[in-house]
Design a protein around this ligand. Structure first.
Ligand code: 5AD
Ligand code: SF4
Length: 482
């Protein structure tokens, strides 16, 4: 699930968030929706699609589930603890429902897809179970529940990309937005439940992606993050003439790959920053790297999950590359985009992993010196290839010790990368006030580092500022506008 972006994506440790939307004027049906999202950026982006579909049926939102007529939880199945968290949250919703029996409680997303109707047996107070490809059916399903039934739609689709739905931006700062460019995954990494919960890979119409990005820019947004489980295998064919004149030649049908799409989005406006997640080591091409290098507004930051530094373990994981291939891709990034920040995902204690093999993961960290890493203990997921084929045989204490080792290592390298920015001037997109003080702004550098600096006259959120880095922590650059 190569889909991480620092602090937004696949961080199921975050509390779910209440997402707010405005009702569509004139269509208000007098009912209130509360929606909470867990897991990856794709889920947060999907909740914006759900919000849009329900706003069309007249739902207004509330940030207090006790007041809601419909309570949805958009769930993640990636690791067991993600599911545990959702079940605990459902217990809290059950309390509210017992006081308000008309309340509709729904489970959306990956857990819905994984457990299907079983969810209704296991969690007696859930009324609706809806998988990631069935959100258009939500108004119907709610009606069924209103009529006294319980409702399930977990059909996966080979076509659904919600391309025509204009997401209602939730919890938005009006500056950064996620834009989903594909759905599903065909990779079948042996540890991963995503191919089962999100179905086959399909790419969204490039014209609708560029139109959405253009629209976002016109509304004042200054950064888009293109989302997919494996963006490098994006592929769409069709006519481009209307939406991207710079690239199109007449009305002929074009094949658009990820490099082409990046370029089309970069051309929307030089002031629109373009980020993307997630790249797959087996698919990331030099063409993509050259495109990143060519456009200043495509950020120099690549999330390239390695998962393990050992070739035997990578084979068991069915990642379809080995250590040398991954190193070759890292070397290509360093050669073509010397300033590029790189982050990763790493799993410790995968089935049969020995101490020596774990050491290969550690030495990979020494080789790449990642700017950032998401690190996990292996968590066996029912139905995956690994669960069927291999014993989950690494003791919890060993998984934990290996995890602690790589976490400590990463902290050193994050600090090292931050220190390397000292004395440099970073172009920062101002996102708002810093969490700690309204006297400071925060924003991200091109390389995706969080930067904090004093509020300065003449600068507002949504604008770019050149910030001289004067101090750092292992997670933040601190400086002043120059
Ligand atoms: N156990 C632990 N980590 C996992 N991931 C995916 N599946 C599992 C699992 N079963 C991690 C991978 C992936 C990230 C999003 O979550 O590192 O890239
Ligand atoms: Fe990512 Fe592999 Fe899971 Fe696909 S199967 S979502 S590539 S980890």
């Amino acid at each position: 699930m190569d889909l991480l972006i620092p602090d937004k994506v696949h961080d199921e440790s975050r509390q779910g968030e209440a997402l707010l939307l405005e009702p569509v004027v004139g269509k208000n049906n007098g009912r209130k929706l509360y929606i909470e999202s867990y897991g990856c950026a794709m889920n947060f982006s999907d909740s914006e699609i759900v919000a849009s579909i329900l706003a069309d049926s007249g739902f207004e939102t509330t940030s207090d589930f006790n007041n809601a007529d419909v309570v949805f939880i958009n769930t993640c199945s990636i690791r067991e603890n993600a599911e545990v968290r959702v079940r605990n949250r459902l217990k809290e919703f059950a309390g509210a429902k017992s006081k308000n029996p008309g309340m509709v409680v729904g489970v959306l997303g990956c857990m819905a897809e994984r457990l299907k109707a079983k969810f209704l047996e296991e969690e007696k107070l859930v009324d609706v179970v809806v998988g990631p490809d069935a959100y258009r059916d939500l108004p119907n399903l709610i009606e069924q529940v209103d009529g006294g039934q319980r409702a399930v739609n977990v059909l996966l689709s080979r076509e659904e990309t919600y391309a025509d739905i204009s997401p209602v931006r939730l919890n938005s700062n009006g500056i950064n937005a996620f834009v989903s460019i594909m759905r599903g995954c065909d990779n079948m990494c042996s540890f991963c439940v995503v191919p089962f919960t999100r179905g086959r890979e399909r790419s969204r119409d490039a014209v609708s992606i560029v139109a959405e990005c253009t629209d976002l820019f016109n509304q004042g947004y200054r950064e888009v993050t293109l989302l997919g489980q494996n963006v490098d295998s994006y592929k769409w064919s069709g006519q481009l003439a209307d939406s991207s004149e710079q690239l199109a030649v007449g009305d002929e049908v074009k094949i658009v790959n990820f490099a082409n799409l990046l370029e089309m989005v970069a051309l929307v406006n030089p002031d629109l920053r373009v980020r993307f997640s997630t790249s797959h080591p087996k698919d990331i091409t030099d063409e993509v790297l050259y495109t990143i290098a060519k456009y200043d507004n495509i950020c120099n930051y690549i999330h390239l999950p390695v998962q393990s530094g050992n070739s035997r373990v990578l084979e068991l994981m069915n990642r379809t590359y080995d250590r040398d291939w991954y190193i070759n891709r890292i070397d290509a990034i360093r050669r073509i985009i010397p300033e590029c920040a790189i982050s990763t995902d790493m799993i410790t204690g995968f089935c049969t992993e020995t101490d020596e093999e774990h050491n290969d993961s550690v030495s990979m960290m020494d080789y790449v010196k990642y700017d950032f890493a998401y690190m996990f203990k292996y968590s066996e997921r029912p139905g995956t290839l690994a669960a069927k084929r291999y014993a989950d045989d690494i003791p919890e204490v060993v998984k934990q010790a290996r995890l602690a080792e790589i976490v400590a290592k990463q902290q050193q390298y994050s600090f090292y990368r931050m220190q390397a920015r000292l004395g440099r001037v970073e172009k920062v997109l101002i996102e708002g006030f810093s969490k700690k003080s309204n006297n400071d702004y925060c924003g991200r550098s091109d390389q995706n580092a969080m930067v904090i600096f004093p509020v300065t006259e003449g600068y507002k959120p949504g604008q770019y500022a050149n910030v001289l880095v004067e101090r750092t922590t292992s997670a933040t650059l601190i400086g002043r506008i120059v």
